[in-house]
Design a binder for this molecule. Structure first.
Ligand SMILES: Nc1ncnc2c1ncn2[C@@H]1O[C@H](COP(=O)(O)OP(=O)(O)OP(=O)(O)O)[C@@H](O)[C@H]1O
Ligand SMILES: [Mg+2]
Length: 256
């Protein structure tokens, strides 16, 4: 296997009294799709923010492409951060900027000034998410699924080596969710991008993941392939896969 793109070792993080990460080790390999699962509040979003260098751990190290990001100041972090993109939950678009300007934002922020180059890169990103002719629209004129695709275009416009997605399937109909999965797959296979995807959609996990990490209470509780996940006899993984909360539905509905 190739060298990992990201190596996180022994990450701990507390907010006040609350220990949110309790010693997380995780590696992200180039051009792989890793799906991060786990119950609400388990620390998935906090972990992703660490992997991107948006948060620094109390203990432990994060190495991105051979560089220890938490030892750097913000200016030194710039070039490393540019190797990563993020698609936030809810899209987080700027409502007062057009689709084109939303996607151009990271390029301008990273100091690109050449207007032709910006146009070329934004149009390429729009093509990747199949929104080629929608650049002039405002976010309010888009459907939820389209907003998510704009957010994805913005995450990939600076040609990152790794893209993080925080619940990209939330609020999408099954067919649009399937299309997003195809898009993530094509970023990986056609553009060599590593995907780190937080999702609660088990169907998508089975379709897109090369590896699955299951987080529980601030630790990586389980790590393996989707087929190992399906075959696992761990009750917690099985309940997650089948959406069981311990209620006996057939009995409950009969008694009502
Ligand atoms: N900036 C912060 N300050 C204080 N507490 C925080 C902060 N960010 C997260 N937390 C706490 O850390 C815990 C883990 O949060 P996190 O957002 O990582 O959960 P999650 O696994 O992503 O859950 P969900 O599936 O609901 O999104 C939560 O209890 C949350 O309240
Ligand atoms: Mg979260």
């Amino acid at each position: 296997m190739s060298q990992p793109f990201i190596i996180a070792k022994g990450l701990t993080k507390a907010f006040g009294e609350q220990k949110v990460l309790k010693g997380v080790d995780l590696e992200i390999y180039p051009a792989e799709t890793l799906v991060l699962l786990g119950g609400s509040g388990g620390g998935k979003s906090v972990l992703v923010k660490h992997l991107m260098g948006l948060l620094c751990p109390d203990e432990g190290t994060i190495e991105v492409d051979g560089e220890f990001i938490c030892q750097m100041n913000e200016r030194e972090q710039g070039p490393v951060r540019r190797k990563m993109g993020i698609m936030f939950q809810n899209g987080a678009l700027f409502d007062s900027l057009s689709v084109f300007e939303n996607i151009a934002f990271p390029l301008r922020e990273h100091g690109l000034k050449d207007k032709k180059e910006i146009k070329r890169r934004v149009n390429d990103a729009l093509k990747i998410v199949r929104l080629g002719d929608q650049g002039n629209k405002m976010p309010a004129e888009l459907s939820g699924g389209m907003r998510k695709r704009v957010a994805l275009a913005r995450a990939v416009v600076d040609r990152p080596a790794c893209v993080f997605y925080d619940e990209p399937h939330a609020g999408l109909d099954p067919i649009t969710a399937d299309k997003s999965d195809l898009l993530m797959r094509s970023l990986q296979t056609d553009h060599g991008i590593a995907n780190v995807v937080i999702t609660h959609e088990m169907r998508s996990m089975l379709r897109i993941a090369d590896r699955v990490a299951f987080m529980k209470e601030g630790e990586i509780y389980w790590l393996g392939t989707p087929s190992e996940f399906e075959k696992s006899d761990d009750p917690l993984l099985q309940d997650f896969l089948h959406g069981n909360s311990g209620n006996n539905w057939s009995e409950r509905t009969r008694s009502q």
